[in-house]
Write a protein that binds this ligand. Sequence first.
Ligand SMILES: *[C@@H]1O[C@H](CO)[C@@H](O)[C@H](O)[C@H]1NC(C)=O
Ligand SMILES: *[C@@H]1O[C@H](CO)[C@@H](O)[C@H](O)[C@H]1NC(C)=O
Length: 389
Amino acid sequence: MPKSEACTLLLALLTIQLFPSLAYNVVSFGARGDGRTDSTAAFLRTWKAACSSATPASVSVPRGKYLLKSIWFTGPCRSRINFEMSGTIVAPDNYNIIGNSEFWILFYKVSRLTVVGGTVDAKGHAFWSCRLRNGRCPAGARSITFQWCSNVVVRGLSSLNSQTIHIAINHSNNIKIQNVKITAPSGSPNTDGIHIQSSRGVTVTGSTIRTGDDCISIGPGSMNLWIEQIGCGPGHGISIGSLGNFAIEEGVQNVTVTNSVFTKTQNGVRVKSWARPHGSYARNLVFRNLIMRNVGNPIIIDQKYCPDNSCPHESSGVRVSQVVYKNIKGTSSTQAAMTFRCSSSKPCYGIKLQDIKLTYVNTLRRPTLAYCEHAGGSTSGSVFPTSCL
Ligand SMILES: *[C@@H]1O[C@H](CO)[C@@H](O)[C@H](O)[C@H]1NC(C)=O
Ligand SMILES: *[C@@H]1O[C@H](CO)[C@@H](O)[C@H](O)[C@H]1NC(C)=O
């Protein structure tokens, strides 16, 4: 270690010894952990105090249930903030209270933040029932959003029953999500686990996601993502897209999904785009070391994505290229184990298949099939079902 670095390290250690981070406890600011008292203002006062601290500060949320309405934790803050949760944050029973405001818990323009432990429970059931019976419902709130944030770690958090997306990351960079647990029923509409959009350098590791929509969804403008050791299911799998929905949109590149297990999901790893002209792209994607257990479409590129039959029915202008599928094994709950339904105007190229074994779960033991449309690439190792590239 060079001398100057050693000095810096020593100084840092001394600083930690002499000035331990200041703790701001939400209860001392008036929050009540009884599950009924509105603690929104108390949390905001706590945040303000911590955020203006000249030395590293921690916000602590002790055991108990704290009722919060929509809340914005706004930065920039003067120092690093540690948000330490032992307790549970709950939403009001009336879903309109947070459902009209898009965000429930929003971190806005915050950098150098660590969120550790705790549970957030949005109590989404009544909201989903409203959605499912096509009632007059509000648009719904995401549970936790990081917008315009950087250098954030979220570790050991549980998120239950969000009205919509559980954790959203938007316009942010260097975000690490570790050991989180996301839980919502398989029939809950649009309850994505983690949604990443317009962000760079996001890693999601060691997490369990059971939900009613995508376990992880990756929207336009995302790059340099690393997703590892995810248990996904029930849910719709890990999806890139949908892309090409909005006129102006950036592409997605450099995404790795590895060492993960999909259980009874609608899809495994999916790339989806709308069938309309566009200049966008998805490239340099790696899907490897994945186990599929009874998964609907273990491997799928769908450039005719059409969730509600109100689709443009043109050819997708989103270019999908350089996609690696390596060491993917297990069972498919449909015969279509591999589907590459690419665009006629911008065919997929550079798809690489290596060491794939996906069998049909059905006891009739029909073979699985690979289906290709406008898709090119290469295979190596043993690939089953036989490649159609
Ligand atoms: C991301 O931010 C943009 C611009 O503020 C906004 O239009 C979009 O709805 C946001 N998306 C998500 C998923 O938060
Ligand atoms: C791709 O993303 C990873 C992080 O997931 C990063 O370490 C790597 O440098 C990126 N590669 C390129 C070429 O940007």
